[in-house]
Write a protein that binds this ligand. Structure first.
Ligand code: NI
Length: 226
């Protein structure tokens, strides 16, 4: 399931973040890439665990906590501390799959990457190229969102970032370990949740809504891994 979460950050939050990121000390993005990804990765990152990444990451996590759509779509158990990257001057990230298990530099805790997230911090008109291309059995999906919007996609997908040929593309990226490991199961729960929300609007107070809410929670109880 590929889903857009609009307005995770306000325009003012994006502006404040960009002011700090535009003067930040970036390092080569290869430092956090695995063996296969290193060969195709050409971008810059804030050092993992740097004070600025931690400060801005808290703002991102606050935005996620305020988003019912994120909660419903990702059913998060753990969120990897948000990281920040920058593509410019032809920078790109060739086709790869994200590392399955990541370890936090701070605590050593391991996180299984079920869902990948990219939160765009530059407006599409500020740069050329830089589309996130996510491949699935239905074909390739091209994603380029307004600043402050985020895309979630299965971490199992092959994906790439096209070369940035003008301007710079700055984003936050991170992973979520979901309570629901299977993307298919998670997508079904999301669909059911949306139907229940719509039913509550169409037929307020309907006992069917209560019954379906029961089914939702009982499926969640059955499938959750914690
Ligand atoms: Ni990736």
């Amino acid at each position: 399931m590929l889903i857009t979460i609009p307005d995770v950050l306000t325009a003012e939050q994006v502006r404040q973040m960009r002011a700090k990121l535009d003067v930040a000390d970036w390092v080569d993005g290869k430092v956090t890439a695995g063996y296969q990804a290193q060969r195709v990765k050409d971008n810059q990152q804030l050092p993992e665990g740097s004070p600025l990444a931690a400060e801005l990451g808290e703002v991102v996590l606050g935005g996620l906590a305020r988003s019912p759509l994120f909660m419903s779509a990702a059913l998060p158990l753990r969120v990897f501390p948000p990281m920040f990257n920058r593509y410019a001057g032809g920078g790109q990230f060739g086709t790869h799959v994200d590392t399955a298990i990541r370890q936090l530099v701070t605590t050593g805790q391991r996180i299984r990457t079920d869902v990948s997230a990219t939160l765009f911090l530059t407006a599409p008109e500020e740069y050329d190229g830089g589309e996130l291309i996510v491949e699935d059995t239905y074909g390739a999906h091209s994603v380029k969102l307004p600043a402050g919007h985020m895309v979630l996609y299965p971490a199992t997908s092959l994906h790439r970032v096209e070369p940035v040929t003008r301007g710079a593309r700055v984003s936050s990226f991170f992973w979520i370990q979901s309570m629901i490991r299977s993307d298919g199961d998670r997508a079904m729960l999301f669909d059911l949740d949306r139907s229940i929300q719509r039913l509550a609007l169409d037929l307020p107070g309907s006992p069917v809504g209560v019954e379906l809410t029961g089914v939702y929670h009982n499926l969640l109880r059955r499938w959750t891994e914690m």
